[in-house]
Write a protein that binds this ligand. Structure first.
Ligand SMILES: Cc1cc2nc3c(=O)[nH]c(=O)nc-3n(C[C@H](O)[C@H](O)[C@H](O)COP(=O)(O)O)c2cc1C
Length: 448
């Protein structure tokens, strides 16, 4: 029997009418779709047409000073994905939620609900929220320290996992004749007492189809990578060159044994913003059309927030001013370093830098034919830099439809991507085993 070729995973990272910061100003988009749930349901169906593993929404908990120039994401992701769940059948649904500004009980319940509503397709992108403006909405005068945020995240996820496990999979009896809904011996309090949380449990939601959502993470600092190695089953990352991608991949996988995990239990998904056209020249021209629509004042604010330096009055045709070191950054450390190194390596002026960041805020942009894009993905996959990709269409829905209808068939033909769904859950799409409750067979009882 021949061994099937190894295949990679594809996630569609969706944002408004596209990842490019000027997407909403380009004729390929309809700006009013950002407020229309049917737009997002259509995106879910397009992703499903391409047999993609999942769709994903990022989230932030503040508007910030950039609202004038950009159609920022407006819907809360778990709510939005519930609406997409009702319009799709197979595609996984990954929502971002913060461990810094939530409580484990509320959040565990929401993800359990999304997993029930979608019949086992929920995923959680665990973020610690590195933006200062978010802190101001939750009673803080500054961002809680980077290290403290990751400590809280760790405790938060431990509690959430215990809550999801508090119902065993066979706890629901549903016997109307005897009048029994659940077997109390299989519903456990967790009695968690830690530094930051005290939670009795059990969760007020029965065990969901996947047991728990797929755990996703996207931090790339030292603490971020350790956190990922401990918990994450998929990692989104913003590596720009094959060499950086390979180094990150090796680094992350080498941390897994420390937590008793094997390389297959965590999938690394670098981001790619694809501009797709019939020829390379047309694809580059298309990318340039978007770059020309960037509002410099918006881009400078974005860059200031990424680099922790006020650049709003900085000359566009000058290089960056001296920057702080990564250790001085309390927001996102790895993205700071990525942008700093990009500007230094390519000796960019600020104008050139904002052009390069416009497509995906630091993620790799690639303009080419469908074959070029397929070659690029294949090369990263076969050279140890990726288990799959986080596809970030620069404009929507067209950019996703082009990827699904023009690139995916090439990948399928090359045996690199599935031609149909073979699993029913998101964990299944990512080749992960179901998880059993840690309390199964534990003799405790909750009286209701
Ligand atoms: C693809 C991708 C998506 C992300 N989405 C979010 C998000 O929705 N919300 C958020 O607060 N941070 C998001 N982040 C930021 C990360 O969670 C993390 O805070 C950031 O990479 C800095 O982490 P570090 O300090 O460990 O380097 C994202 C990062 C990547 C690479």
């Amino acid at each position: 029997m021949s061994v099937p070729p190894k295949q990679f995973h594809l996630n569609a990272f969706l944002m408004g009418v596209g990842h490019h910061e000027a997407a909403w100003r380009h004729p390929r988009t309809e700006e009013r779709r950002v407020l229309d749930v049917r737009h997002f349901q259509e995106l879910g169906r397009i992703a499903e047409r391409g047999k993609l593993d999942s769709v994903f929404f990022a989230d932030g908990l503040a508007v910030g000073p950039r609202i004038k120039r950009n159609t920022l994401a407006v819907f809360e992701p778990v709510t939005l994905l519930s609406a997409i769940a009702a319009a799709t059948e197979h595609v996984g649904l990954i929502a971002t939620a913060s461990t810094t500004y939530n409580e484990p009980f509320n959040l565990a319940r929401k993800f359990a609900s999304l997993d029930h509503i979608s019949s086992g397709r929920a995923g959680w992108n665990i973020v610690t929220s590195g933006n200062e403006e978010e802190a101001f909405n939750f009673g803080f005068d500054a961002i809680p320290e980077h290290a403290r945020r990751y400590e809280r995240a760790q405790e938060f996820v431990d509690v959430a996992i215990q809550l999801w496990d508090s119902w065993e999979s066979t706890a629901i009896v549903l016997d109307p004749e005897e009048g029994i809904f659940a077997d109390p011996d299989k519903v456990h309090s967790i009695d968690y007492v830690g530094d930051r949380f005290r939670v009795r449990g059990p969760l007020n939601s029965p065990r969901s189809p996947q047991g728990r959502p797929l755990l996703v993470q996207a931090g790339s600092s030292e603490s971020g990578k350790d956190f990922a190695a401990r918990y994450a089953e998929a990692v989104f990352t913003a590596q720009r060159t094959l060499e950086e991608g390979q180094a990150f991949y090796r680094d992350l996988k080498s941390r897994l044994p420390k937590y008793g995990r094997s390389a297959d239990e965590l999938k690394v998904l670098p981001g790619l913003v694809p501009f797709i056209a019939d020829t390379r020249a047309e694809a580059l021209a298309l990318e340039q059309e978007f770059t020309d629509l960037i509002s410099p004042d918006y881009a400078l604010r974005q860059l200031s927030s990424l680099l922790g330096v006020d650049l709003t009055e900085h000359a566009l045709d000058a290089p960056l001013p001296p920057l702080p070191t990564e250790s001085e950054i309390e927001g996102g450390k790895s993205r700071f370093t990525l942008v700093k190194e990009l500007a230094e390596r390519e000796e960019l002026t600020v104008r050139q830098l904002i052009g390069k960041l416009g497509g995906g805020r630091g993620h790799r942009t690639f303009a080419g034919t469908p074959e070029d894009i397929a070659d690029e993905l294949q090369s990263w996959f076969e050279n140890g830099a990726a288990d799959g990709f986080n596809i970030m269409p620069p404009y929507l829905p067209g950019g996703l439809a082009d990827f699904v209808d023009r690139v995916v068939p090439i990948l399928q033909e090359r045996g690199l991507f599935r031609t149909d769904y073979t699993a029913t859950t998101l964990r299944g799409h990512y080749g992960l085993d179901p998880v059993e409750s840690q309390f199964a067979h534990v003799e405790t009882q909750v009286s209701a």
